[in-house]
Each structure stands twice: as C-alpha cells, then as structure tokens.
Ligand binder design. Structure first.
Ligand SMILES: NC(=O)c1ccc[n+]([C@@H]2O[C@H](COP(=O)([O-])OP(=O)(O)OC[C@H]3O[C@@H](n4cnc5c(N)ncnc54)[C@H](OP(=O)(O)O)[C@@H]3O)[C@@H](O)[C@H]2O)c1
Length: 265
C-alpha cells in the first residue's frame, strides 16, 4: 500500500477520478482545488468508501505564494508516494485582448505549479528512491491552439518537461508521466462556454472518453513505465499523425480554418 498521494485540481473531472482510483492504493490523499463544497463531498465519499484519510486543501494555484506554501508543505512529507499535477483550464480569446493577469494566472497554474511541486516532491522521492509524478498535459500539446493562446504552449511545456525528467529520474526508481488526454467528458469545456450536450455528440475521430477511462489508462501506462500516456485508440492515432506530419502542413490547415478556429471545436 502506498502512503500519500497529492492531487491538484481534484474537485472535478480527471482530478476527482484520480482521487477515486488512487484511493484504492494509497492510505492518505491530499485533495487540492478552490471549490470547497465539492472537494469536501468527494473527501467524505472517499473516507466512507475506502476508509482512507482524505484532506481537503482550498488553494488557488494561480497565486505564486500559494504554490510556494504547498511546495514547502510537500517537501516535509517523507511519506509522499504520488503527485498528480492536474489542475488546469483553457483561456479563450485573442492574446493581445485578454487581460495580462489572465496570462499570468494560466502560467502559474500550468507551469509554475508543475515546476515547483515537482521540485518539492523530488526532494522526498529521491531520498526514498521511490515515487511517481503524473503531469497532466494534453493532445493539444502537439498542436498550435490559436484561440487559447497559452493552452497549447503551456501543455507542450508540461509534456516536454516531464519527458526530460523521466529519463533522469528513472535512475532513482521514480516514474514520471506526461498524461495527454484528448477530449474528455468533464467540467472543462462548459467553463469556456461550450454546451457539453452538443459538444460531446458525434465527433468522429475526435470522440471523447470518460475521466474513468483516461485515468485507468494513465495508471496502467505508469505501471508499464510509459512516459507519454495518450488514452484512446483515436488519440494515439492522431498523435502519431501529428508527430509525422510537417508543422508547415498543420499551420496551413489552421490558416485555412481562419480566426474562427477554436482548438476545442
Ligand atoms: N477535458 C478535456 O477534454 C481535457 C483534455 C486534455 C487535457 N485536459 C486537462 O486535464 C486537466 C483536468 O481538467 P478536467 O478536464 O478534469 O476539467 P475540470 O473538471 O474543469 O477540472 C479542472 C480542475 O482544475 C482545478 N483548477 C483550475 N484552476 C485552478 C486554480 N487556479 N487553482 C487550483 N485548482 C484549479 C479545478 O478545481 P477548482 O475549480 O475547484 O479550483 C478542477 O479541479 C486539466 O489540466 C486540463 O487541461 C482536459
């Protein structure tokens, strides 16, 4: 039985599902997010169903001082087995029109939090010569995302950062994964104004998967030592194509789609 798992963005969607699945293999969970009521309900459900300790931590990871506070708490946890850097969202709009503060926020939630929490976790995990870090990236990390200007770039950073770390920390028996889901049924798309009822209908090759499926695949891939986990046959295929096709072709297609293109449509 593993000891402590820490999950950012555990309130809903993929993060809440990580909490449910890691509750079967960990004694204690730290559940981090901003929506207190939902987190408390999840924690209570997990305590009742699995008899584990679940601690709710209300934290806004767009605030650098909050990230620092969580990082120093993590560094004290000699029992830390698993860290899931999952908190994330997409902004929607033109880069120069969005308030600069919004750009700083997404950089903090996606990049700063992932960097600092991984750094803190590795202090413990290298000492223990054991541990796992899952950083939630996206299939969008392989693509330009014109209507969500920092989403694709920050997710690409998360993926390549994880790939770099994974090689080094294999020597310490630490598994590091970049999880790259495609469309997944969560609160994510509603938050940027898309109607989930329309959105998750027939999407052909871009069909969506459940959080349960995505997390199950991620944890299976972690066991197998896969560094980049892409759940779903359709997204595996899309990622292979995106890796093979020259970027000039992808840019040409996106140019043709014009400014109305949203990465999520
Ligand atoms: N759904 C998809 O199609 C999809 C595809 C690829 C990748 N992803 C990635 O998967 C991850 C989880 O997203 P999801 O789809 O599960 O969407 P979700 O249901 O909206 O979950 C996002 C989580 O991030 C947390 N979060 C957002 N901003 C935060 C902040 N400032 N401080 C602390 N926590 C914050 C939210 O918690 P609070 O609101 O309580 O703060 C929530 O728990 C994200 O990184 C997303 O980019 C999603």
């Amino acid at each position: 039985m593993n000891k402590l798992a820490v999950i950012t963005g555990a309130t809903s969607g993929i993060g809440a599902e990580f909490a449910r699945q890691l509750a079967t293999t960990h004694k204690t969970l730290w559940l981090i997010g901003r929506r207190e009521q939902k987190l408390n309900q999840l924690a209570e459900d997990l305590r009742v169903q699995y008899g584990i300790e679940a601690h709710v931590m209300i934290m806004d990871l767009s605030d650098q001082s909050v990230i620092d506070q969580l990082a120093s708490q993590l560094q004290e946890q000699s029992q830390l087995s698993t860290l899931v850097n999952n908190a994330g969202y997409a902004e929607d709009g033109e880069y120069h029109k969005l308030d600069w503060r919004l750009h700083e926020d997404i950089m903090n939630v996606h990049v700063e939090a992932t960097l600092k929490l991984s750094y803190a976790a590795l202090q413990v995990m290298t000492a223990n010569k054991l541990g796992s870090i899952i950083n939630v990236s996206s299939v969008a990390s392989f693509l330009p995302t014109p209507s969500s200007p920092l989403y694709g770039p920050t997710k690409a950073f998360i993926r390549t950062f994880s790939e770099s770390l994974a090689i080094k920390y294999k020597d310490y028996n630490i598994k590091i994964q970049a999880l790259c889901p495609g469309f997944t049924v969560t609160d994510f798309h509603e938050k940027i104004g898309l109607n989930p009822d329309n959105f998750y209908k027939e999407r052909g090759l871009a069909r969506s998967w459940s959080s349960e499926f995505v997390v199950k695949n991620s944890l299976q891939d972690l066991q197998k030592g896969k560094v980049v986990s892409v759940p779903g046959w359709n997204y595996k295929l899309i990622v292979i194509v995106l890796r093979l096709v020259p970027i000039s072709w992808i840019l040409r297609i996106l140019y043709k789609q014009g400014t109305s293109h949203r990465y999520s449509e």
